[in-house]
Design a protein around this ligand. Structure first.
Ligand code: PBG
Length: 317
């Protein structure tokens, strides 16, 4: 008998490693964020996020045509309007509203989730219009317009107090209570959102988002935020960002028996690509970071890596 434990036989070859693997990625884990612009035939590269594009509805449908056969189940839509104005966010013929209808028609089995926020529409770039409760009323209108267009689920990302309550109430008033709410319950005031703000054209004109997004130092408060959103009627919750907040994901999973969704944000994507030297060479780091998010306890992952990861998973089959 040896006096020490031997682990390396578990790692001797790929079959041994697979037998001992505790965490797996699967296509059903993923939600793909899509930036939508007006127009036709558009696939506009986002410079800060290599491999990510802003699509017009028709090209977005084309991309979905490639990803759905590879197992994509769920998309998260962001509108990037040409013309600013908060009221643009709840137009019945807005970019997101139109895209929701088109996607549901063509891919009825795909879960369509819409991001509910006004920052890309608001001339100030902020997620509010000054007053918390008046903002909630606007967000409820936005959510209602997405739900009426056929969204399966709405995802408020603004971090106003009581927005889930207001949205749920508004949806019920219009007999749309069945539309799910996946709230960004614990969204931290993070430096990792930088590239997204280019993609969605939503950098605040002045100041920062620290008066509404959470202090990265707070763990207990994150649990309070999650509990409040679930009590107000959210069916699942998002922790955002993911990589610097794995402890929050882990604790949320232990505390709440609801789907915990992690948002692998734009800065995390750009960071992995920078270290790997491009999307083509990023497979190892991509897999390692996504696995770490799942291992921490995330049930679902929102990630810009979705096209690459679906490709990887379909090659492995
Ligand atoms: C804004 C919003 C942001 C993200 C999603 N919705 C940016 C922000 O709060 O400044 C960030 C996503 C990412 O970085 O990938 N409501």
């Amino acid at each position: 008998m040896s006096e020490f434990k031997r682990f390396r036989c578990r790692r001797a070859d790929e079959a041994a490693r697979l037998k001992h693997r505790e965490t797996f990625l699967s296509a059903a884990d993923f939600i793909w964020p899509v930036f939508l612009v007006e127009g036709k035939g558009i696939a506009q590269a986002v410079p800060a996020m290599p491999g990510v594009f802003r699509y017009s509805a028709d090209t977005a449908l084309k991309e979905l045509g490639k990803l759905v056969p590879k197992g994509l189940r769920s998309v998260l839509l962001f509108g990037v309007p040409k013309k600013k104005g908060v009221e643009q966010a709840y137009r019945r013929d807005g970019i997101v509203q139109k895209a929701i209808g088109l996607i549901k028609k063509r891919f009825p089995a795909v879960e369509v989730i819409s991001d509910v926020c006004i920052c890309s529409y608001n001339p100030t770039g902020h997620c509010h219009i000054g007053d918390n409760d008046r903002t909630c009323a606007v967000l409820a209108e936005v959510a209602l317009s997405h739900a009426a267009a056929g969204a399966d689920c709405v995802a408020p990302s603004d971090m106003m107090d009581g927005r889930v309550f207001h949205i749920k109430k508004r949806l019920r008033e219009h007999d749309l209570g069945r539309v799910r709410i996946m709230s960004y319950a614990a969204k931290f005031a993070s430096g990792f959102y930088g590239p997204f703000r280019d993609a969605a054209d939503c950098a605040p004109e002045s100041g920062d988002r620290k008066s509404y997004q959470m202090d990265p130092a707070n763990r207990d408060e994150a649990m309070e935020e999650i509990r409040a959103d679930l009590d107000e009627g959210a069916e699942s919750i998002i922790i955002k960002p993911a990589l610097s907040y794995l402890d929050i994901i882990c604790r949320a999973k232990q505390n709440f028996s609801r789907p915990v969704v992690a948002y692998n944000v734009s800065g995390e994507y750009a960071m992995v690509l920078a270290l790997s030297g491009g999307l083509k060479k990023s497979a190892h780091l991509m897999e390692e970071t996504l696995i770490s998010i799942k291992r921490a306890g995330a049930d679902r992952i929102i990630s810009y890596f979705v096209p690459a990861v679906l490709e990887m998973l379909s090659e492995k089959k």
